[in-house]
Design a binder for this molecule. Structure first.
Ligand SMILES: Nc1ncnc2c1ncn2[C@@H]1O[C@H](COP(=O)(O)OP(=O)(O)O)[C@@H](O)[C@H]1O
Ligand SMILES: [Mg+2]
Length: 267
């Protein structure tokens, strides 16, 4: 396992390609609440995401997946341990698209470009390029309410990519979509990941989705969330959710997940 065999690296100041990880989660624990009435949500999580790697973090609902992702995003601080993302601020994508409804699809993306400091003259063309990348060519002028759920998540993906971060954090981004739309977006995400050198840390409670997408699946236990086990997924991409190899590994992981849930109570 990379996490245990890698030597300690210098801190986040070391930019460039010499750093062997896009994200390092180093003995991280997280508790909420006052002393005496604390809820230990995450305990001693150690995990590296390598540059260009696609890791799925899988676990039952309430096990602390979003909490961990928020820590990697820098939205909250760990109670113990350290997080490093040497490539700078990660891009984020959630289940809810969080697009501004009063802006068009294109303007939502241009806003992210502006925040990144892209000059005004270049924003329009760059937004068009990103819309094309998520296969929404011609949607620049569309309002959010004119778009389907799948199209909104495509715009949200384009906006996340507009941040030009080396690390993309995704928290159940397709969980609210119907199965067919989700399947199409799995294909798109896999394609975009393979075309870019993005590292992806993708959170889901859906075993099949994890096996469909990831190079490595990391299973979290519940109460507190610990790393229970991980699997290297060597099935060649592009995969189909109905592939026999995807189904077989999903059965194995589901068994383990069931065991975790049985051990730690109802959900
Ligand atoms: N800001 C917070 N304050 C208190 N408790 C929290 C906070 N955020 C999350 N929790 C608790 O941490 C646990 C894990 O939540 P979460 O990370 O959202 O789980 P998951 O994303 O795996 O479903 C839950 O019991 C939740 O109530
Ligand atoms: Mg969550």
């Amino acid at each position: 396992m990379t996490t245990t065999t890698l030597a300690k690296q210098p801190a986040a100041a070391d930019k460039g390609n010499t750093v062997p990880y896009a994200a390092r989660i180093d003995h991280v624990s997280k508790s909420f609440g006052r002393t005496g009435a604390q809820q230990h949500v995450l305990e001693d999580i150690t995990l590296d995401v390598a540059p260009g790697e696609f890791v799925c973090l899988l676990g039952a609902s309430g096990c602390g997946k979003s909490t961990l992702l928020n820590l990697v995003a820098g939205l909250d601080a760990p109670s113990a341990g350290a997080i490093a993302t040497p490539g700078g601020r990660p891009a984020l994508m959630f289940q809810e698209h969080a697009l501004f409804p009063w802006l068009t699809a294109g303007r939502n993306i241009e806003l992210a470009l502006r925040m990144r400091g892209v000059p005004r003259a270049e924003r329009r063309a760059e937004a068009e390029r990103l819309l094309e990348l998520v296969r929404l060519k011609g949607a620049h002028g569309k309002r959010v309410h004119e778009l389907s759920g799948g199209m909104r998540q495509r715009v949200a993906m384009a906006r996340a990519l507009a941040q030009d971060s080396q690390l993309l954090l995704m928290d159940e981004p397709f969980a609210a979509l119907d199965a067919i739309t989700r399947d199409v977006l799995h294909d798109e995400l896999t394609r975009i990941w393979r075309e870019t050198n993005l590292s992806v840390l993708f959170v889901t409670h859906n075993v099949r989705e994890a096996v469909r997408l990831a190079e490595r699946v990391v299973l979290l236990s519940s109460r507190p969330g610990r790393i229970a086990r991980e699997w290297q997924v060597d099935i060649p991409q592009p995969r189909r959710i109905e592939d026999a190899a995807v189904a077989d590994l999903s059965v194995e992981i589901t068994e383990q997940l069931r065991g975790e849930i049985r051990r730690h109570g109802q959900h």
